[in-house]
Write a protein that binds this ligand. Structure first.
Ligand code: SF4
Ligand code: SF4
Length: 465
């Protein structure tokens, strides 16, 4: 039996009652998972022992002894966080026209853009907000996001220079405007850099990521990746679509060969209709994704160098230490409007960048209202109040706290209601099954960052066969 549930924070007093353990089949030859869906407590047990364990064996005793602590930790993570980050969109404009973009084309062609004074004004206001509730030793995070934030280069570079002692900065960019000076500036200021690339060749990558005139940008991104060799704070995001899913394994080989330290292999968010035309089927996406993950493992074994697939590592961490996860799409309610929010160039505040093209989800304006007002506005409450317990199918799902039923923007736009599943349910299930199989086989550490558990406190970690 293996039981492993850890925490990044100390437990608080016992509270409430919880239902018991239920089996979750992970398609493993010898082991099955018993999980308490309410608390995300789980144990891997031999199939021969399953009935005995369910009837009240050692695992049940361990669970019952700690159940209230696990429940309180999940409650804290799910309902009592305050924002510590902002996705800062200095411009609505973009020099690309990617198929699956969640920002409407009209905005990307000629939308608003902040000037330097407006960026500084926004950062002053954000700084006051974050300092009002964050401990002095924690720095809030500002991620310049888009559309293409490098179109506002002068303003954001000046801001990074001026506010480097008050915020940790990151930038998500399509890489086309990353010249030598820009790379030197960003790396010398320790800015986290996220690039986007959807394929290992121009033929594949340029199918979904193109300029307005139809020209691809593959070579620009590869040039930037090579220039960033050795810089630890960069990653590359790939959006999995019908156009590239048969090339995912080659893509992770490409990333590894180019010494990319971490990547994300994200399923398409089907928020806008354009994305739904290229998103792929659950089964095909799952197969390609798991094959690519396996290939990263082989590459690690062959070379001793990891390519961490960050979104998958986050799922593993969500299982191993539910409150230590870093990304916030796989928890319900998701992080939008809870652990971060998004700022549009007009000053409008949205729960997440994914909502920026959906005016009904504007919760306020940074220049005329307080952030607190936006956080408690009806649009924000609609998003931060969307929880798996209210979604048919998810409310009885054993792995609901390892999946989180993402994404509210996608679910709302696809189905017209928040209390609905979004896309890729079966993909999310398969992802958790695979993660559990890795744990059963003792291979999971190979998929994680070194030192991933440095800040966690073990509440329960027992291993035996
Ligand atoms: S989307 Fe699917 S896997 Fe995720 S919680 Fe809902 S039912 Fe479970
Ligand atoms: S699930 Fe959707 S709305 Fe929530 S944080 Fe992720 S992308 Fe944003």
């Amino acid at each position: 039996m293996t039981v492993q549930t850890m925490s990044s924070s100390q437990g608080s007093p016992a509270r409430g009652s919880h239902s018991s353990l239920v089996p979750f089949d992970i398609n493993h030859p010898t082991h099955v998972v018993l999980v308490n869906p309410d608390t995300a407590f789980w144990g891997l047990v031999h199939k021969n022992k399953m009935n005995e364990m369910l009837a009240g064996g050692e695992l049940m005793e361990i669970f019952l002894a700690k159940a209230n602590i696990f429940a309180d930790e999940m409650d804290m993570l799910r309902f009592h966080l305050k924002p510590s980050a902002v996705y800062f969109n200095p411009t609505e404009r973009c020099n690309l026209n990617c198929t699956y973009c969640y920002i409407p084309a009209k905005m990307r062609r000629g939308g608003n853009q902040m000037d330097k004074a407006t960026v500084f004004d926004a950062l002053e206001k954000l700084h006051s907000y974050f300092r009002s509730h964050m401990p002095a030793e924690r720095m809030p995070q500002v991620i310049f996001h888009g559309a293409e934030p490098m179109l506002a280069r002068e303003a954001i570079f000046a801001a990074i220079d001026a506010y480097g002692d008050r915020f940790r900065f990151g930038i998500q960019t399509n890489a086309t405007l990353l010249d030598e000076d820009a790379i030197a500036f960003l790396t010398s200021h320790s800015v986290g850099i996220g690039l986007s690339l959807d394929g290992p060749t121009a033929d594949v990558a340029d199918r979904t990521r193109q300029r307005w005139n139809g020209n691809g940008v593959f070579r620009h991104v590869v040039h930037a990746i090579d220039r960033l060799d050795g810089y630890p704070r960069f990653n590359v995001i790939c959006t999995i679509t019908r156009e590239n899913l048969h090339h995912l394994t080659e893509l992770v080989e490409f990333f590894h060969a180019h010494r990319v330290p971490a990547c994300m292999l994200n399923v398409t968010r089907c928020t806008l209709p354009g994305a739904r035309t290229v998103c792929g089927e659950d089964e095909d996406v799952s197969k390609a994704y798991l094959a690519a993950l396996e290939r990263t493992h082989q590459l690690y074994r062959e070379t001793g160098r990891k390519l961490v697939v960050a979104n998958f590592a986050n799922i593993l961490i969500a299982i191993l230490a539910p409150t230590a996860r870093r990304l916030m799409c796989d928890i319900s309610p998701c992080g939008g409007g809870r652990s971060f929010f998004a700022l549009a160039p007009s000053g409008d505040l949205f729960p997440c960048s994914e909502f920026i093209g959906l005016p009904a989800f504007k919760g306020g304006n940074l220049f005329t209202q307080s952030v607190e007002e936006a956080l408690t506005s009806e649009p924000f409450r609609l998003v931060s109040g969307r929880k798996v317990e209210d979604i048919a199918g998810c409310n009885s799902c054993s792995i609901r706290h390892f999946c989180g039923a993402p994404c509210p923007a996608e679910a709302y736009e696809m189905n017209g209601r928040m209390a609905q599943k979004g896309a890729f349910c079966r993909f999310y299930e398969e992802q958790v099954r695979y993660a559990m199989r890795l744990i059963a086989d003792g291979r999971h550490e190979d998929f994680l960052w070194e030192g991933w558990d440095a800040d966690t406190t073990s509440l329960c970690a027992i291993g035996s066969v």
